[in-house]
Design a protein around this ligand. Structure first.
Ligand code: B12
Length: 209
């Protein structure tokens, strides 16, 4: 088994210690952190999700995979740098109300931080009031919202409407597995991206205007 396969397997099977050990080993050998995320870690989360959907995995399996993914991701966090040292802008980010998925959102937050944005991470289950209050007090340039459930993504529409009504001068970015470009346009968001790398490019574009 290659190291990439071992990492994939460890996350898929929820083995935290192995996931962390293999990640550490691969980094020491000079592996690219983005490669680990894209080729092993996200693929493993997709597979466990597919198994869950097919009734071949259950919530405890999702939790264990998430725990292993988070452990490995923690090692990569300081290395997710994109080169821009000065502040590119300020971002308030959170997973919307009713939704507890935070792995992808935290990945986006880490990438933005690594690429020079100041990031205020509001966590999960974030209401429109909290998004607005934080954006106002932090004088944020962008609000980033994440949703992983088809039942919670509709809440993004409420947040966008509340932000527009509040009169705040802030851009809104949305993302998460069920979210699409079309959905983002329909709810009046300023931008959507399907992954953390593209989120940085989009955020830069939105801040520069
Ligand atoms: C891990 C997981 C969990 C864990 C979450 C742990 C955690 N701390 O996050 C736990 C066990 C808690 C969980 C619970 C549930 N889950 Co769940 N879960 C998943 C799983 C397997 C992986 C999600 C993940 O981390 N992916 C990896 C990350 C890196 O990807 P990502 O989140 O998509 O993020 C990327 C992009 O989307 C984007 N992005 C994300 N956010 C943002 C934000 C912005 C602004 C931008 C620009 C980009 C962006 O960038 C990220 C990086 O590239 C998915 C399956 C899947 N394939 O998505 C199911 C899945 C999302 N869960 C599902 C379900 C049903 C549930 C539960 C309802 C199960 C239950 N019966 O209790 C609960 C709901 C709890 C709640 N209220 O939120 C379904 C949703 C189905 C649907 N259509 O709505 C899925 C799709 C599984 C399935 N195939 O059925 N889950």
């Amino acid at each position: 088994m290659t190291n990439n396969e071992e990492l994939y397997d460890a996350i898929l099977n929820g083995r935290l210690e192995t996931a962390v050990a293999v990640t550490r080993q691969m980094l020491a050998a000079g592996a690219d952190p983005h490669g680990l995320i894209d080729h092993s870690m996200i693929r493993a989360m997709e597979e466990i999700g597919a198994r869950f959907e097919a009734g071949k995995a259950f919530v405890p399996n999702l939790l264990m995979s998430a725990r292993a993914m988070k452990g490995a991701l923690e090692l990569l966090r300081p290395m997710l740098k994109g080169g821009n040292a000065s502040s590119s802008g300020k971002v308030v980010i959170g997973t919307v109300k009713g939704d507890l998925h935070d792995i992808g959102k935290n990945l986006v937050a880490s990438m933005l931080e690594g690429c020079g944005f100041e990031v205020v991470n509001l966590g999960v289950d974030v209401s429109s009031e909290r998004f607005i209050e934080a954006a106002r007090t932090e004088q944020a340039d962008i609000i980033c919202m994440s949703a992983l459930l088809t039942t919670t993504m509709s809440y993004m529409k409420e947040v966008v409407a509340a932000v527009r009504t509040s009169g705040l001068d802030v851009k809104i970015m949305v993302g998460g597995a069920p979210v699409t470009e079309h959905f983002a346009q329909c709810i009046g968001a300023d931008g959507y991206s399907s992954n953390a790398n593209a989120a940085v490019t989009l955020a830069r574009r939105l801040v520069l205007g």
